[in-house]
Design a protein around this ligand. Sequence first.
Ligand code: ADP
Length: 181
Amino acid sequence: MGRFVESDRKILARAGAGRDVGAVRTVIYPGSFDPITNGHLDVIERAAKLFDRVIVAVAVNSSKDPLFTKDQRQEQITEAVAALGNVEVSAFDGLLVDFARDQKSQAIIRGLRAVSDFEFEFQLALMNRKLEPNIETIFMMPRETYTFLSSKLVKEIAQLGGNVSAFVPPHVERALADCRK
Ligand code: ADP
């Protein structure tokens, strides 16, 4: 009772094949985060439970014209994740897979809100797999109440003077209000 027999060992060895058991499991969560929303935070909290180390990475060479600078976005994220001990904040301006490799990350997390996200995310994941077959993309769904939430909508509502307190942390709400002044 309670002892491993040889066949159990073989099954466990097969299950762990390809993974260095005991190695730190690191995941990158990349995005524009312009600004970080409660939807992003929901995904980060879920990822922090699954991985030893979560790196939230602000993409700087995105074709989008951001409202907040890279440093502002990093500061906003850092404040928002302060209570999560295994979450770090970084930025990258080259290929995501190169950054992931440099960080010794085994995976990339992306959030899926609705079917509309799927096509682009699927294309991106397969392209990243082509570029770096050893890094897996994992999709996470936020709590249902955040499935309609996007940074773009939050910015639009805030710029029109709407209340965004349910969608972003208080310090981000203040930063959005400052942009109107
Ligand atoms: P990007 O410009 O890379 O899409 P975003 O900051 O808009 O950057 O999003 C980063 C990631 O977070 C993407 O995978 C996006 O689908 C996901 N995401 C954005 N908003 C939400 C949300 N409300 N719930 C879950 N995932 C989200």
